[in-house]
Design a protein around this ligand. Sequence first.
Ligand code: FES
Length: 166
Amino acid sequence: MSANPTTVHLSSHVRGEIDHWVEKFPEGRQRSAVIAALHAAQHENNGYLTPDIMNAIADYLGMPPIQVYEVAAFYSMFETKPVGKHSISVCTNISCMLRGGDEIAQHVEARLGIKTGQSTVDGKFYMKREEECLAACCGAPMMMVDHVYYENLTTEKVDEILDGIE
Ligand code: FES
């Protein structure tokens, strides 16, 4: 283990998740588990990562913190600033746009009282961005909530989906 500066400790759940993935890689290649580690830690921290959490992961995996920051900054599935717990991305690219994607995005914004790029004040939802095609064009219009696809949307379906999220 390295001695990276960190003031947080990873939970036993996150450590267990990391250990599970470390076992899948050859001896000495534990840093390959960094994506799984970031994913588990982000989920547990209500949808975003902090420098302290990333430092703790670096410490646990015995890697320089900068390499953990680089991975977190590179992949769009990681958030490195405080955002709402549930991430929403509405696709407004051509297939979705032709089938009402813009109206879906506007409906989500109006319903949550935020604009794309913002989080609700209660910290529950984050309208991450308008997507440029998530390869689900045959189900247009669609949106992704916490990496789950919802297709053939109507405003009524959007309401049901959002109502069903804890
Ligand atoms: S254009 Fe929306 S999923 Fe392809």
